[in-house]
Write a new protein. Structure first.
Length: 273
């Protein structure tokens, strides 16, 4: 099943004594050809798990950098089908790389509506194209079943999002239905905001998640620098970087690759002794 690539990659990183580098890029930013070049460049430079963003008109959870990327992508003609074509192209180059489709609910639900076999057929198609998991940023746990259950049945992992503001009951509900890994949102705010990787509140949040789930835990939002990655690598199974990669990609493929390489170099867990 396609989601097995996610488990295999986290297991490999654990065996290598490092945290996984989860990298987000917006599909079709700045256009189809430029996006594919950046996706390939980032993967070649060391991204362990690729979060491929589906552009959306109202990206309320994202900060200015990713919002601007989505505006550029939509202006370049981005569609869900176009982003899936990018996923296929990446899969052809990287057979073992986990690909997580990062999307707001609307594009995916429309894809389900348009498929002749509904959500079940749509999710089977995603798996057949090489997608490994779904991360749907704006579906609260009470409303995930219509998409989550067919995704899981098709072999896709359902990545759970837990925020610092999640109540214990909601957190446990998210964890109960998650697979692949848990995305721990590190702060209250949008992507790209500043993060103190050594904040006591974040450590408490991560400890609580570790107590309640056996899934790998990846922390994201506000991670920009290798020093932050190095600090977090001792606490989590994966580190998610998005806005910093989008910003570097806006400069050039070479700048993006250099940024990924620097972040990847900071993932080994250092001894605390």
């Amino acid at each position: 099943m396609s989601g097995d690539r996610i488990a295999a990659r986290f297991a490999r990183c654990e065996a290598e004594g490092r945290a996984a580098l989860v990298g987000y890029l917006t599909g079709y930013d700045p256009d189809r050809a430029g996006s594919l070049a950046r996706l390939i460049g980032a993967c070649e430079a060391g991204v362990d798990v690729l979060e491929l963003g589906v552009p959306f008109s109202d990206p309320t959870a994202d900060g200015p950098e990713i919002q601007a990327a989505m505006v550029r992508a939509r202006a370049a003609g981005a569609t869900l089908e176009g982003v899936l074509e990018l996923a296929v192209a990446v899969r052809e180059r990287f057979a073992d790389l986990p690909i997580v489709l990062f999307s707001y609910a609307n594009p995916l639900l429309r894809g389900c509506d348009r498929h002749p076999e509904g959500a079940a057929g749509f999710c089977r198609r995603l798996a057949a194209l090489g997608v490994d998991g779904l991360l749907v940023v704006d579906l609260p746990p009470e409303h995930t079943q219509a998409l989550r259950d067919p995704a899981r049945a098709a072999g896709l992992d359902w990545i759970g999002l837990v925020a610092p503001t999640s109540t214990p009951a909601r957190r446990d509900r998210v964890l109960a239905s998650a697979s692949g890994f848990v995305y721990a949102v590190s702060l209250t705010g949008v992507t790209g905001a500043a993060l103190d990787a050594n904040a006591e509140g974040l450590r408490v949040q991560l400890d609580l998640l570790r107590e309640r789930s056996s899934l790998p835990i990846a922390v994201g939002f506000g991670i920009r620098e290798p020093a932050q990655v190095a600090s977090l690598a001792r606490q989590v199974d994966g580190v998610v970087v998005g806005s910093a990669l989008v910003r570097a990609g806006r400069e050039s493929v070479a700048s993006l690759a250099a940024t990924v390489a620097a972040l990847r170099a900071a993932t080994p867990r250092q001894s605390t002794e």
